[in-house]
Design a protein around this ligand. Sequence first.
Ligand code: NAD
Length: 496
Amino acid sequence: MTNVETAKGHYIAGKWQPAHGDETFDVINPATEEIIALVSAGDEQDINAAVAAAREAFDNGPWPKMSGKERGGYLRKIAEIITRRIDELSALEVKDNGKPFPEAKWDIEDTAGTFEFYANLAEQLDESPEEIIALSEPGFSSKAIKEPIGVAGAIIPWNFPMLMAAWKVAPALAAGCTMVLKPSEITPLTALALADIAIEAGLPDGVLNIVTGLGQGAGQPLAEHKDVDKMAFTGSVPTGAKIMEMAARNIKNVSLELGGKSPLVIFNDTDIEIAVEWIMFGIFWNQGQVCSATSRVLVEESLYPALLERLVLEAQKITIGEGTIDGVLLGPLVNQAQYQKVLASIERAIAEGATLASGGKKPSHLSEGYYLEPTILTDMPEDSWIWQEEIFGPVVCVKAFKTEAQAIAMANNSRFGLAAAVMSKDQARCDRVAKAFKAGIVWVNCSQPTFVEAPWGGYKQSGIGRELGKWGLNNYLETKQITQFNSDEPWGWYLK
Ligand code: NAD
């Protein structure tokens, strides 16, 4: 495959361009710990070139002036190419990120689906180009129109590499913005493939630019750049806070999708078997490296012992191994640093009073790779690190509660507010609890299913703004009012 195994520079102004410097970084397969690619470590000059290309394409190119139908045509073509290459791209994601192949395939299907969805929304922009505003003052008429914000910068994490790119690239391009994307240095390979896909789709020069690199070397100059009008970021809270500070310097519009510590509240009328599947899916898919992962489980006291026993039993049956192997449900964590961080969090949890009910160590049958057994912790204090902080690994904390009010208070006792879930056969109770959660995404009798049509984003420190659906498109649109005076008579300030 082109531009993947060795560093070939960056995708700028419609083609591969040599990197400004010679520096590269290693990309490692977390299942084997082998280096699988050397990728250019972009610097400020590379970012400047990419932003200049995006600026030129926005200010003087056809893209923002095209009809939504025409832009949608390009997005649809990108979706088609992704779909045609689905197995190869899924395999690449497995090598780069470690996730099991079927999960990688969901991601790539959803990536194509995201481009397809925003192709439709681009077309819909043509159907409702303006909104007439009713004014109380006679003699005037007013309307609101939407325009693309301009040049957008996007910085993304490593947990869903190609999908997170699509969540930003597709709505930005549908809106008529141009974009500079910096993928995570841990998993840049499918973003490089996206550049080849954009070339094949014939995307006009400079509409999408992709610069690989580290956070400080490439991400920072992008977030600080005076010619970038909007920053869209997905990643951790500390980096999100830095992005906001940098963006503040020229009052860039910012949207942030940050971390979470999402609760699942289970009442005692819930079927244990079904609850356990949702818990396990919620915390063990993608090795628990999911912003909305079900990392805190609250179980009604009378159900707690039986549910915990079943959860431990089922967790111990999970097949752990390389994501390429059939039947594997849990792959390796993404890299050594993340692996060590998760192991250290488990140690700290135990030191702070938690009980290890299952897992907590590397499976004995695997020597290479950053593997961790599905881990279940109980009895932790509510103010402990493990109950409050995002671990981003296959580690679930389980606690009992006595009353609905207590469950809601415990669920909301967090600086995060990305997602929350409730399970009960009592619909009225589900409705009450769903409303009481301080979270941007609430699941009822399930946890995690995500749909491109529905808004995605967090309350509190989990972020600002919403991605996906029409909300995702609005992230990249400005609103302009056009107000007209419909009379030849003087206004009357001094002319009579
Ligand atoms: P991270 O913050 O370490 O890195 C994210 C991106 O920011 C990377 O591309 C990195 O290179 C870049 N970056 C790092 N320092 C930077 C700087 N100083 N200036 C500019 N860019 C910089 O996060 P991560 O470890 O890659 O991802 C995990 C985090 O992402 C978790 O907290 C997770 O919850 C969050 N996440 C959130 C969502 C969501 O939708 N809310 C989705 C996926 C991941």
